[in-house]
Design a protein around this ligand. Structure first.
Ligand code: ZN
Length: 453
């Protein structure tokens, strides 16, 4: 990895208050120490053309990158999320900590190349292949941390509490044996994690009750006070989950959670696809971040999030790559918008009147993603110097400035528009390639050859 630079000069930069020209940024200890606009470059400055803040990826299961494209053969009967989950359980049954390290390194490298500078790792693969706990309860978390360290991505680690197969405390199935904890076991994992994360410069620790299927109300009530950071949960991703929740409690999943738990801005509801108007309005009013994963939700046939109502209600949202079937930040934003266009048979749905859609999407995902990951948002004093720079010569950006650059990036660029990625002032991606790409890909290919039959 290259040395950190202490000063940058950008011709155009997206600051929290909007676009600015001739922006000088000084960096100390990996953080932004000073920002000046309308400033001449100095000799020592690293010169940049177009500077954006790095994008948070608020929801990832890194290991699933290794099965990307392996679940696309049509089954004999109806194929849906639940059929995909059986293939995922078979894949997960084979992974060692070294395998996880290699696969996560590939995923995190691809995230950086795509413009994601922080990942929220929703981590539920805790135990050994036979389902027994490792001697160190954080053995698998350590593999995730090692992959973050190798690649340079910032990590918000979200260890998952998972105990049951269905609503009402159903015992876990065989395919879930590597995921499950009781509350004491989970507390031991949480105690251990600060030491494991201490090797990363700006890691954040949250928790993730997996879903209302996997956690009983009593367990959820015990987990919430354990959280010192963000709280993430999968919710209302599937119609069957909504029906099962109604049968169990008489309430829909989001309705149940909002009525029963102290839900506030610390929470991220991942997917929240199937909601009524009342649930959507209440979720927005509480300041909960909607964790949207458009590529995965399309791949799994989940449905479309009620984005228009949620945004009208002032809701906060971010994007995640979830199953990592394809890691592409611009495409997540594009598909989020296009889903709403297809549903409403209309255009430019997710921007206020008169505003750029690409810029509204980029800013929305930036602010909501940072809130969900417990990290500062954007190019601001004390935030990490995590930068995305665009290629001024890319055809999709020709003759554009300001918000039109983000429309070009989101809607018109096939690839290559992202030039460099900087983490804490160090360049980790140059000309679109991660500094350790060859090594990471070789290790990944050897790993996949061991796992995939
Ligand atoms: Zn997920």
């Amino acid at each position: 990895m290259a040395d950190a630079h202490a000063a940058f000069h950008a011709r155009e930069a997206l600051l929290p208050e909007g676009w600015a020209s001739d922006v000088r940024i000084e960096v100390a200890d990996g953080r932004i120490a000073r920002i000046e606009t309308g400033s001449d470059p100095r000799r020592e400055d690293e010169r940049l053309a177009i500077l954006l803040p790095g994008m948070p990826n608020l929801h990832s299961h890194a290991f699933q990158r290794g099965m990307a494209g392996l679940a696309e053969t049509r089954g004999r009967s109806d194929d849906d999320f639940w059929g995909w989950r059986e293939i995922m359980y078979r894949f997960v049954g084979r992974l060692t900590p070294d395998h996880l390290h290699a696969i996560a390194a590939l995923a995190y490298m691809e995230m950086l190349e795509a413009g994601f500078t922080r990942v929220g790792e929703f981590h539920y693969l805790h135990h050994d292949r036979d389902g027994n706990a490792f001697g160190d309860p954080a053995e698998m978390s350590a593999a995730i941390v090692a992959a973050a360290a190798d690649t340079g991505i910032a990590l918000t680690h979200l260890p998952v509490f998972y105990a049951h197969a269905g609503f009402g405390g159903t015992p876990p199935g065989e395919g879930q044996r590597r995921f499950v904890h009781d509350l004491d076991g989970f507390a031991r994992l949480l105690d251990r994690l600060p030491d494991v994360l201490a090797t990363l410069p700006d890691a954040v620790l949250g928790i993730a009750p997996h879903s209302l299927r996997a956690v009983t109300p009593d367990e959820l009530a015990a987990l919430v006070p354990m959280a010192e950071g963000p709280i993430h949960i999968h919710i209302a991703e599937q119609m069957r989950e909504v029906a099962d929740c109604l049968a169990w409690s008489g309430r829909r999943p989001v309705e149940w959670l909002l009525a029963t738990m102290p839900v506030d801005r610390r929470w991220c509801f991942v997917h929240a696809t199937h909601m009524t108007g009342a649930e959507t309005a209440e979720m927005a009013a509480r300041g909960v971040v909607a964790g949207l994963c458009p590529i995965t939700e399309a791949n799994l046939g989940d449905g479309l999030f009620p984005a228009i109502d949620f945004l009208v209600a002032g809701g906060c949202w971010g994007i995640g790559s979830d199953s990592n079937v394809l890691i592409n930040m611009a495409e997540e934003l594009r598909l989020f918008e296009y889903g709403q266009r297809l549903m409403t048979r209309s255009r430019t749905m997710l921007a206020p009147p008169g505003a750029s859609c690409g810029a509204s999407l980029y800013r929305g995902a930036l602010v909501g993603g940072a809130q969900a990951l417990g990290a500062p948002a954007g190019l601001a004093i004390d935030a990490p110097a995590d930068f995305v720079t665009l290629d001024r010569d890319h055809p999709a950006l020709a003759a554009r400035s300001g918000d039109a650059l983000l429309d070009g990036l989101v809607f018109a660029a096939r690839q290559g528009a992202i030039d460099s990625i900087w983490r804490r002032g160090r360049r980790v991606v140059a000309d679109g390639r991660h500094f350790d790409r060859a090594c990471i890909v070789n290790r990944y290919r050897r790993t996949l050859a061991e796992i995939v039959e």
